[in-house]
Design a protein around this ligand. Structure first.
Ligand SMILES: NC(=O)C1=CN([C@@H]2O[C@H](COP(=O)(O)OP(=O)(O)OC[C@H]3O[C@@H](n4cnc5c(N)ncnc54)[C@H](O)[C@@H]3O)[C@@H](O)[C@H]2O)C=CC1
Ligand SMILES: CC(=O)[C@H](N)C(=O)O
Length: 375
């Protein structure tokens, strides 16, 4: 079956799925083979370039891949689809071990033509779009955050639509604001975030869903909680304290927390986050009643985290020096996340709660620091 016809069939099916805005299906299906961006070559203007057969391994490109999450995701996907089928990209220079662990390529998401060239030359079928400025660094540089998180996303959406890619874009607890229900926060509710990061992520959710309905783009999005990892550093967010505490506890026995002790936020261990990403990317389209899902694991305050860490390291000393910007952001975010739709639709279930998280983090960082001392 020619690819455009097949895609039209898929788009029709998607449009007829529950929650899909069926009343506009005739219009949307009629437009499914048009590219959202005017391109110079007529051959680029439809979904002809790459077709993804379910029996093949996907060919994956990860943007912003040198941040907290990208290297871990590449490792997981390479194990599953083969080393050369997953390309990491970023604008930074990769550390030696990352450079030697599989394909890496320079890609600035603000350079549309370069991005298109990478997708075409490498016959990319899945795109995981991780490039972003996070909440705290975004507030410190709004113009750059707007460019990377909004203009960059437009490039990604257009390239994904033109080349028939399956596109994953993460959203965040930061896509909610002070007028959202905070305990728990459901998938569908008021979203009026007060950070450029949150505004850009709501924009990404809405644009991705619009391209899905309008052009048949296979857009998939998870709203991540704050992610906690041992072997990668966070990139300037509000939830970073929950990673830093482990490093400081092991290395110095002292930790200065920049959020108030009773600030409750949803959090997740990185292995759960990356597995959820893989699972939603592999989920059959017909199981997805929505295209943007909350995912949840645990929820804790700095005080609760400190108490759990002190069960292992009783001498840990903690002081509080509140960062007004981060505290303001945290006070506007969800305290608990409702992920029942992800559980019901594609079987999401987290594995790590607070005790397992703390044990795993301390084991990892403790053994790393022993190795460092021995060398
Ligand atoms: N880490 C977390 O706790 C959470 C992360 N997320 C989302 O997951 C994604 C990945 O997050 P992290 O790895 O933590 O972010 P990060 O801040 O650690 O890494 C982002 C990467 O984007 C790259 N980048 C910046 N400008 C770029 C450009 N013009 N072109 C290409 N790359 C560019 C940076 O060099 C950096 O390596 C982001 O979209 C973030 O919003 C969502 C919720 C929680
Ligand atoms: C929860 C996030 O999106 C991120 N970690 C941040 O704090 O900005």
């Amino acid at each position: 079956m020619p690819v455009v016809r097949a895609l039209t069939k898929v788009a029709k099916k998607a449009l007829l799925a529950p929650g899909c805005g069926c009343q506009i299906s005739a219009v949307a299906v009629r437009h499914v083979s048009f590219s959202p961006r005017q391109v110079t070559s007529a051959s680029d203007a439809s979904f002809h370039s790459v077709s993804f057969s379910e029996t093949d391994h996907p060919k994956v490109l990860i943007t912003g891949g040198l941040g907290q999450l990208g290297v871990g995701l590449a490792k997981l996907l390479r194990k599953r689809y083969g080393k050369n089928n997953v390309i990491l990209s970023d604008i930074r220079k990769p550390p030696t071990h990352v450079f030697h662990s599989g394909p890496f390529i320079y890609s600035d998401i603000l350079d549309y033509k370069n991005l298109r060239e990478i997708v075409v030359n490498n016959r990319i079928t899945w795109l995981v779009h991780y490039s972003a400025l996070l909440s705290a660094v975004g507030e410190a540089n709004v113009a750059l955050a707007r460019a990377v998180n909004i203009t960059g996303l437009h490039n990604i959406l257009d390239i994904a639509a033109e080349h028939g890619l399956r596109l994953f874009v993460p959203s965040t607890i930061g896509a909610f604001g002070p007028t959202s229900p905070r305990n728990p926060t459901p998938d569908l509710c008021v979203q009026r975030p007060r950070t450029i990061y949150g505004v850009s992520k709501v924009h990404a959710e809405l644009m991705g869903e619009y391209y899905h309905h309008r052009y048949g783009l296979d857009f998939r999005c998870l709203r991540y909680p704050g992610i906690i990892s041992a072997d990668s550093q966070p990139g300037g967010g509000t939830t970073d304290y929950a990673v830093q505490i482990f490093h400081d506890a092991v290395k110095t026995g002292k930790f200065e927390c920049n959020l108030k002790p009773d600030t409750r936020l949803p959090m997740m261990y990185i292995d759960d986050c990356l597995r959820a990403t893989l699972e939603v990317m592999e989920a059959p389209a017909e199981t997805l009643s929505m295209r943007t899902y909350n995912i949840n694991a645990m929820s804790f305050t700095p005080d609760e985290l400190v108490q759990e860490v002190q069960k292992q390291l009783p001498d840990l000393q903690v002081t509080y020096n509140i960062d007004a910007v981060r505290q303001g952001i945290a006070d506007s975010w969800p305290m608990n996340f409702d992920d029942s739709n992800a559980q019901n639709d594609w079987g999401w279930k987290h594995e790590y709660d607070l005790p397992e998280l703390v044990q795993t983090m301390l084991n990892f960082i403790g053994s790393e620091s022993q190795i460092a001392h021995a060398n």
